[in-house]
Design a protein around this ligand. Structure first.
Ligand SMILES: NC(=[NH2+])NCCC[C@H](N)C(=O)O
Length: 464
């Protein structure tokens, strides 16, 4: 066996990479061992390096690649996670991750510029995402069904360094995203509570909305961490349990969106649709880059590869099915909302709810709030789920401490990884208002989608 240089890795990673745990050894023939095969030519020989052992180690570690075949045995062994998710659960997982607060908020922001053309913005962003989803679907069906998603594909298509960068981007997105969503959820709960007259105005801000200290640098909130703990407990209990919660909540929000569309159809005045693009096509295209956020999430399905009953068939269906369902629902909501009111009157923060209150349909407004809560809950739940599976993948590969590679023998969940991601999100959500930061992350997500498309080209056409 060729010895792979590990000097690039931190001490703990070096240790785990050299002396892999027995599970890792059996599940994933990775790192040095994995390089024996098809990717040996990707490693620069250390003797040819003129920059000394450190530089050659650095290059070798950065350039080593995980061969696709090395994962096959992992998928076959079936050890660790259990295959419990059917095609419906996978589609609902994708929808659960995608339909969050985006549709309830972004529509108004973009419609103020793009007018009714926001519908085209959603269709354009949806079309771009469908192309990307096709890449994900192909990668998901081509690869052995193990955890890792985008990280795994990058490891096989490029190298370890790129894969690790993908992981860091994903983690930044998911950790901050989870904290931000948990805070929004906490605020929603307080708003619900404040519907009770005796409670209104009496809830201290440190419970839900956040009490600011040090000039706003720290914003203390206890409800968000509590919600994160509850979801983490559900996720730790088993994939069947968390999938059941996701299925229930996602079905609820789909029904609510459909009811909203049908209730709104009768209020549509077609004259509100002309002009359809008051500020031209440019505003519509600009809008599509913003509404892209609403589609983020379908890729979550790829991360459940190791828990899908029939991954090669069901993952592509789950990825594409959930995205297409979102495109249809989003376009329908946009058409209805821009038909109900002149676009100039649409609110920026809660356009859907405001449009229905303006028409005197208060019950729909309440439904929308319930839909938003269900939406936030499922995006949070699935986000935490995906994170833990990514940590599990990196733990197995020796890129993170081996504690992350452990799967509970009876619950069949990566307990340590799950608790870790819950704790990180809880600390962030409990102490900081990360909302502003979460918006910037869409750019990173966009780059990640591009990266995945390149991965697909790379593995399909063998460019490297
Ligand atoms: N990984 C993420 N950044 N997930 C956030 C998903 C946001 C979701 N699409 C929404 O409209 O609310």
């Amino acid at each position: 066996m060729t010895q792979g240089p590990t000097s690039l890795l931190p001490v703990w990673a070096r240790t785990t990479a050299r002396r892999p745990s027995s599970r890792r050894q059996s599940l994933h023939a990775t790192t040095a061992e994995a390089m024996d095969g098809e990717d040996a030519h990707h490693r620069p020989s250390s003797s040819s390096s003129s920059g000394g052992p450190f530089l050659s180690g650095l290059c070798a570690a950065a350039l080593r690649r995980k061969p696709i075949s090395a994962r096959a045995s992992a998928a076959a062994s079936g050890e660790g996670l259990v295959r419990q998710l059917g095609v419906l659960e996978l589609v609902l997982l994708g929808i659960g991750a995608s339909i969050g607060a985006g549709i309830f908020v972004i529509t108004g922001t973009v419609a103020r510029d793009a007018g009714p053309g926001v519908t085209i913005s959603f269709a354009l962003a949806g079309a771009a995402c469908v192309l990307n989803a096709l890449c994900y679907a192909e990668l998901a069906s081509r690869f052995p069904a193990v955890v890792g998603g985008a990280y795994l594909y990058t490891y096989a298509a490029f190298n370890e360094l790129t894969a690790f960068l993908v992981f860091t981007q994903l983690m930044l997105d998911y950790h901050i995203g989870a904290a931000s969503i948990a805070r929004s959820l906490a605020s929603y709960f307080i708003q619900f509570l404040e519907l009770i007259p005796s409670v209104k105005g009496n809830v201290p801000s440190w419970i839900g909305h956040g009490e600011e200290f040090f000039g706003g640098v720290v914003s203390v909130n206890i409800l968000a961490p509590i919600l994160l703990v509850i979801l983490t407990v559900i996720l730790c209990r088993g994939v069947k349990e968390s999938s059941a919660v996701n299925t229930f909540m996602t079905t609820l929000k789909i029904i609510i969106v459909i009811v909203v569309v049908f209730a709104g159809v009768f209020e549509v005045d077609v004259s509100n649709w002309s002009p359809f693009m008051p500020n031209g096509f440019k505003a519509v295209v600009t809008g599509s880059t913003v509404v892209f956020f609403a589609y983020v999430g379908f890729d979550a399905v790829a991360n459940s590869a190791e828990e899908a009953k029939n991954p090669q068939r069901d993952l592509p269906i789950g990825i594409l099915g959930s995205l297409l369902a979102c495109v249809i629902l989003y376009v329908a909501v946009c058409l209805v909302i821009t038909g109900m009111l002149p676009y100039t009157l649409l609110g920026e923060d809660a356009p859907l709810a405001e449009a229905f209150s303006a028409k005197g349909l208060k019950f729909v407004t309440v439904l929308i709030s319930i839909g938003a809560v269900a939406g936030l809950t499922t995006t949070l739940l699935v986000g935490l789920y995906v994170q833990s599976r990514l940590y599990l993948g990196l733990g197995r590969d020796g890129l993170l401490p081996s504690i992350f590679s452990k799967v509970h023998p009876t619950l069949h969940t990566p307990l340590h990884s799950q608790i870790w991601v819950g704790c990180v999100a809880a600390v962030l959500a409990g102490l900081f208002n990360v909302h502003a930061l979460s918006h910037i992350l869409s750019v990173g997500t966009l780059v990640l989608k591009l990266q995945n498309t390149i991965c697909n080209c790379n593995t399909r056409f063998g460019c490297s």
